[in-house]
Ligand binder design. Structure first.
Ligand SMILES: Cc1cc2nc3c(=O)[nH]c(=O)nc-3n(C[C@H](O)[C@H](O)[C@H](O)COP(=O)(O)OP(=O)(O)OC[C@H]3O[C@@H](n4cnc5c(N)ncnc54)[C@H](O)[C@@H]3O)c2cc1C
Length: 445
């Protein structure tokens, strides 16, 4: 029986494993194995909501083992560290417990067809001090770490305000960079930076309701820093202006044409030597694939470590190895790269699934074409703006408000439908609605 191994169970990889599990695994036509470094999957575009506590990762995450059992594929937890094209095998790093004791030794898994879908991470462009002092939003663990630090800051803020009135002496305490204010700086004004900025004001309002003292917009200062001359560079000027206006109304200090050259423990230094002080700093500027792709037996990679693929999504040097999603480099007909976005990962998973079936049946493989259906940016509950593209709207159409929000949420629903089918997705929607009555409006622990 042919063995298909998919490494990386994210927006693209988990949809592909589910599709091939249904088509091949369940019918015992092939063995489908999904490998991921984590035990659960959380759709990456939700990470900024996890970071601010607007979304509970425990409720939203999908267990790989349970999903594999229900959808006809196998799951192995592991971190890929290398591959051998002659042996047709991948190597997974040993798994240790939190004390460093060995749980699972280094392993090899053989494959007949391999799909690499290990995503990407933030690109700090080797800027001094960034990896030590800034938080990246690349994984649920990092988003949860941000949330923990954010809650601690609000706790400190509430305590400071109490002390001002009670005048209690404290021997040693952590200082906020500005008295009676929480400063958060975000580098990168793409969708992640813009959405996170708005979510922070939403979180601040909820935290006030949940007993963290009187917090209004004047107590929180979010600085959004962008090296380019505009925020959301991929979007039209009309959307950029609408988003800019909304961010200003919330109180976000938007700094364009500002390049960060260094990060220290509590500040960012600009190319003009200005110091932007912050209690918490997030780096959300640009992406690159993991360095691990350099250990993939000479497969061609580009300058940001993405694997070069042909239009059938096969890697340029090996027809039996596919790459999809953020870790794949492919140029569109107009010469622009397929963007690192969830809709691209979703479309690539669909084409890759069909091409693997074709490869097994000795049929010709189809070329992948990326269809940009537009971009939407959610400014938390305050607003949603974006544009729709495609045949339906004949060109590009700008949308805002409730319709925009509905379509924004639909992208996640499409991912859920690919994983769970329509009926279960409808149940998830219902459970989400019920949870808004049963559970707190934000995750507080
Ligand atoms: C905060 C945020 C907001 C975003 N918002 C949007 C949005 O609104 N719209 C949009 O279109 N896109 C958005 N994106 C981009 C989108 O999330 C990605 O383009 C998409 O997730 C890429 O899918 P993927 O399958 O390639 O990778 P991912 O979804 O990142 O999945 C990669 C998987 O590989 C696993 N993995 C990584 N390395 C290894 C390894 N060495 N061994 C084993 N497993 C490994 C990871 O655990 C993960 O499960 C956002 C991204 C972020 C960070």
């Amino acid at each position: 029986m042919q063995k298909i191994v998919i490494v990386g169970g994210g927006a693209g990889g988990l949809e592909l494993a589910t599709f091939l599990g249904h088509k091949l695994g369940r019918k015992k036509k092939a063995e489908v194995i999904l490998v991921d470094r984590n035990q659960t999957h959380l759709w990456k575009p939700l990470l900024h909501e996890v970071a601010t506590g607007s979304l509970d990762d425990g409720v939203e995450a999908v267990s790989y083992r349970a999903h594999a059992r229900n959808h006809g594929f196998l799951f192995q937890q592991g971190y890929i560290t290398g591959l051998s094209r002659t042996e047709k095998s991948i190597t997974l790093a040993p798994i240790t417990d939190e004390r460093g004791k060995l749980l699972v030794a280094e392993r090899k898994i053989n494959y007949d067809i391999l799909v690499l879908s290990i995503g990407s991470k933030s690109n700090d462009f080797n800027t001094k001090g960034v990896s030590e002092n800034c938080i990246f939003l690349d994984s649920p663990d990092q988003a949860l770490y941000f949330q923990k630090r954010m809650i601690q800051l609000f706790l400190k803020f509430a305590e400071d305000n109490n002390q001002a009135t009670n005048d209690v002496a404290v021997a040693e305490k952590i200082e906020l960079v500005e008295p009676n204010k929480i400063n958060i700086a975000i580098v990168g004004a793409g969708a992640t930076g813009v959405e996170l900025s708005a979510e922070l004001y939403n979180a601040a309002q909820y935290l006030s309701d949940y007993g963290f003292g009187k917090i209004d917009n004047s107590c929180l200062k979010v600085t959004l820093i962008e090296a380019g001359n505009k925020i959301l560079p991929a979007l039209s000027d009309r959307i950029i202006n609408a988003a800019h206006k909304e961010l200003n109304a919330l109180g976000v200090d938007v700094r364009t044409n500002t390049r960060i050259v260094e990060a220290t423990a509590n500040s960012l230094i600009t190319n003009e030597g200005e110091e932007i002080k912050a209690d918490l700093m997030v780096w959300a500027a640009g992406i690159r694939a993991s360095d691990v792709t350099k250990q993939f037996d000479g497969l061609e990679i580009n300058r940001i470590n993405q694997l070069q693929v042909t239009d059938t999504l096969q890697t340029t040097l090996d027809d039996h190895i596919f790459a999809i999603g953020d870790c794949a480099a492919l140029l569109q007909k107009d010469g622009k790269p397929v963007p690192p976005r969830a809709q691209a990962a979703h479309q690539m998973a669909t084409t890759c699934g069909k091409n693997i079936l074709a490869l097994l049946e000795n049929r010709p493989l189809k070329a992948f074409t990326y269809y940009d259906h537009g971009s939407l940016v959610s400014l938390s509950r305050f607003s949603t703006v974006g544009n729709l593209m495609g045949n339906l709207v004949r060109g590009s159409m700008t949308i805002e408000g409730h319709i925009a929000h509905f379509i924004y949420v639909s992208l996640y629903r499409m991912h859920q439908v690919a994983l769970h089918g329509c009926f279960k997705t409808a149940l998830f929607v219902l459970v989400g609605r019920l949870n808004r009555f049963i559970r707190p409006l934000m995750k507080l622990h």
